[in-house]
Design a protein around this ligand. Structure first.
Ligand SMILES: CC/C=C\CC(=O)SCCNC(=O)CCNC(=O)[C@H](O)C(C)(C)COP(=O)(O)OP(=O)(O)OC[C@H]1O[C@@H](n2cnc3c(N)ncnc32)[C@H](O)[C@@H]1OP(=O)(O)O
Length: 719
């Protein structure tokens, strides 16, 4: 857990050995304490160097240990002892120094880092604050403004930036440990008092109150309802206004309020859920660590609409050659100009040169004969997509992987028209594809494990959070959206307004309420799908009872809105009104208010006051209920996968953990009770009927999310 060696006859080299990130587990803290004691007591030792094994200094406290009682020596006294020691201690930082690992570096008297190292205090992203002295030492070292930014955002700094800020004493391109040992030898005999960061006086900040107020407003706006950044600000204020001994007490009090909060649990759950999602597994035993992905050097994108353009950018910026195909010259030229502009802006932002030489634009599918992988991103029309896949079968070499970016159509039906169904897989990007992190990798029944591994690995390479899902209408994300949207429109019928529903959801923490989000996405897409499925339009049987379709409750208001040409932001009118087509500033529209009033009076609906609690319960419990059905049907392997999809694709607030985690935090029994209540009132809304899996979990005593898997016995896994 920590290796102790004597090097150069007088330097104690202490190496943290807890792979993969040398987290400060109880065993590591114990070993560290013993090693430090030995070094400080051995007269042969004149200086100490602390480093981490496998090129990683330390990833911080062991987050997995947060769930249980504290075992082993606490971190704070251990760090205080290192700082107070009479022999110079040098941190040799390679890879990462994060959280408690960064705080460990701060108590060392000198810090040397490899030029590729990253440093930071990401505790805030886990719902915590740096409580091993970080909020008190860092402001003393680099001043309040810079410390505040680091602590409230959790941003990782490059070694160069950390050097500029005065966090590091040296950055090296050589062997960091060797450089640190030489440095330590030179430090022997030099006074240490000015190197003890806790003894420094925090540099004075002019207009401290104004700065703290501005940052408070900023974090409240960015992370509505999130506690940790606010607690971080209070702790940093203490560093500016209190002596160290009092500031450290304040830090620890603030940490105590955060540590056991639901928000911290949710955020830590998200950290692990994101990592779990990458570990896909199929019933045949193939999984993430035994399936080799193909190497992808070249790709083709078919269709240069919004999605296609974003996918081209995502591929080109990670060094993959891309051939972009359009069907008409004009569309090709427009798409080309937009892609080039997007890549140039992206490169400028990242301070690199745009990889335009990797791009080729063509009108001919014949040009795709040698590519490794194709992603089809044409209009959402099955007949058109089938034609494209048939053509690709003829043109591409037999080993080319064929992917579709459909947002909900049958991936296996597309595989069926090709000569290589095993090489067909869904890659469902989210719009805008070069910005949104989520990628649903849709596994058809015939997709081979190598094909799935290839799509997952390509997603990772593009910086996406990839989740493997099964093939069903809407897959996971869009399938769950239906009950959520239905509940939102039913609430309008019953008396709510779009702005009231959106406000309740935004107060809950969503980046955007459901109606604002629909306006952004475009209302015409759903309208076309409803027309195609016979729910609206000329094909609807006139004898159909009003507000009912296919034996279920149906709200025609979204269709009425589209019939008026209100397709959302792009037409300047939707659920809201905007200054102009393409405008983003949503304002409540009196016409919608009128439309709803007339609609209600036409159908004799008496509007009632609807509470925010009802809005949240009906929208989010219906969402989670569909998640349970998805697990039951084997479309998602784990609740973590569903939560990750909602966090990264649909703006679900991270401090609530995702729909499945949120349901478990509210209490499955309570959610079940509320769903039964709403279903009784709406027996013609099947989405409100609690799923059998949900009831089973409640009957089993509502186990924590991580244990649900043991209770899921799907007839067929679609993964
Ligand atoms: C008194 C309180 C004192 C201190 C508070 C803290 O220190 S809180 C912890 C602060 N540290 C962090 O938030 C860092 C979290 N880790 C990361 O950001 C990344 O893991 C890291 C270090 C940048 C490495 O990224 P990489 O992509 O290379 O690997 P990956 O994320 O997949 O992680 C590999 C496995 O390590 C597990 N892991 C990572 N960090 C921790 C940790 N701090 N504690 C426990 N486990 C950690 C991670 O879950 C992966 O394991 P797996 O089994 O695959 O899930």
């Amino acid at each position: 857990m920590a290796r102790y060696e004597l090097v150069k006859r007088s330097v104690a080299l202490i190496t943290l050995t807890n792979p993969p990130v040398n987290a400060l587990s109880s065993a590591v803290r114990h070993a560290m304490a013993k090693s430090m004691e030995r070094a400080l007591n051995d007269p042969k030792v004149t200086a100490v160097v602390i480093c981490g094994e496998n090129g990683r200094f330390c990833g911080g406290a062991d987050i997995r240990e947060f769930a249980g009682p504290l075992r082993g020596p606490p971190l704070v006294p251990l760090l205080d002892a290192i700082e107070a020691g009479q022999k110079p201690v040098v941190a040799a930082i390679e890879g990462v120094a994060l959280g408690g690992g960064f705080e460990l570096a701060l108590v060392c008297h000198y810090r040397i880092a490899h030029f590729k190292a990253r440093l930071g205090l990401p505790e805030v992203t886990l719902g915590l604050l740096p409580a091993a002295g970080g909020t008190q030492r860092l402001p003393r070292l680099i001043g309040i403004p810079a410390a505040l930014e680091m602590i409230t955002t959790g941003r990782h700094l490059s070694a160069q930036e950390a050097l500029k800020l005065g966090i590091l004493d040296q950055v090296t391109e050589q062997n960091t440990c060797e450089v640190a040992v030489e440095f330590a030898l030179r430090a022997v005999g030099k006074p240490l008092s000015s190197r003890r960061v806790s003894m420094l006086t925090t540099p004075c900040t002019p207009d401290l109150d104004a700065l703290l107020e501005a940052v408070t407003m900023q974090v409240k706006k960015k992370a509505r309802g999130v506690m940790a950044p606010l607690a971080c600000i209070q702790a940093v204020r203490a560093a500016a206004t209190m002596p160290y001994s009092k500031g450290i007490k304040r830090e620890s009090e603030l940490m105590a309020t955060l540590f056991n909060s639901g928000q911290a649990q949710a955020l830590q759950y998200c950290f692990f859920a994101q990592r779990t999602a990458g570990k896909w597994t199929l019933p045949n035993g193939a999984q993430w660590n035994n399936s080799k992905p193909r190497e992808i050097r070249s790709a083709a994108i078919i269709g240069l609409g919004t999605m296609g353009r974003g996918i081209v950018v995502s591929l080109a910026r990670v060094g993959i050659s891309v051939i972009a195909v359009e069907s008409e010259k004009k569309l090709l030229e427009t798409g080309k100009q937009m892609v080039i502009g997007m890549l140039e802006r992206d490169a400028k932002r990242r301070g690199v040169s745009a990889s335009l030489n990797l791009l080729k634009f063509t009108l001919s599918l014949q040009d795709l004969k040698d590519v490794d992988l194709v992603i089809e991103a044409v209009f959402e029309d099955m007949a058109l997509k089938k034609r494209v896949f048939q053509e690709l079968s003829k043109v591409c070499r037999p080993a080319t992987v064929l992917c579709t970016n459909t947002s909900g159509l049958d991936v296996d039906a597309l595989a069926g028209v090709t000569d290589r169904p095993h090489l067909v897989v869904g890659m469902h990007f989210f719009s805008p594809a070069h910005v949104m992190k989520l990628l649903e990798v849709v596994c058809g029944p015939r997709s081979s494990s190598e094909t799935i591994a290839t799509a997952m690995s390509l997603g990772k390479r593009m910086g996406k959070v990839s989740v493997a899902v099964g093939n069903c209408p809407g897959f996971v994300g869009n399938r769950m959206l239906k009950p959520y949207l239905d509940q939102a429109t039913f609430l309008l019928e019953e008396g709510a307004t779009p702005e009231q529903v959106d406000k309740a959801l935004e107060d809950f923490g969503f980046a955007m309420g459901v109606f604002r989000m629909s306006d952004l996405a475009g209302l015409d897409v759903g309208w076309r799908i409803r027309k195609e499925s016979g729910l609206t339009g000329p094909d609807v049987d006139p004898k159909n009872p009003p507000r009912r379709r296919q034996g279920r409750r149906y709200c025609p208001v979204p269709d009425m809105i589209c019939e008026q040409g209100r397709f959302g932001q792009k037409t300047g009118r939707g659920w809201y009104m905007y200054d102009k087509p393409g405008g983003t500033n949503a304002k409540p529209d009196p016409l919608i208010q009128n439309l709803l009033e007339m609609y209600r009076s036409r159908y004799g609906i008496q509007p009632r006051n609807i509470s925010d609690q009802e809005i949240i319960e009906r929208c989010l419990f219906a969402l989670a209920n569909e998640g349970f059905r998805i697990l039951e049907d084997g479309i998602a392997a784990r609740p973590e996968d569903i939560d990750v999809i909602y966090l990264f694709g649909y703006g679900f607030p991270r401090h609530r953990g995702g729909p499945m985690f949120y349901a478990s935090m509210v209490g499955l029994e309570r959610v079940l009770q509320r769903l039964e209540h709403y279903h009784q009132a709406n027996p013609d809304v099947p989405h409100l009927e609690p799923s059998p899996l949900f009831k089973k979990l409640v009957a089993c005593g509502s186990p924590p999310v991580q244990k649900w898997r043991e209770h899921i016995k799907t007839m067929h896994s679609h993964l």
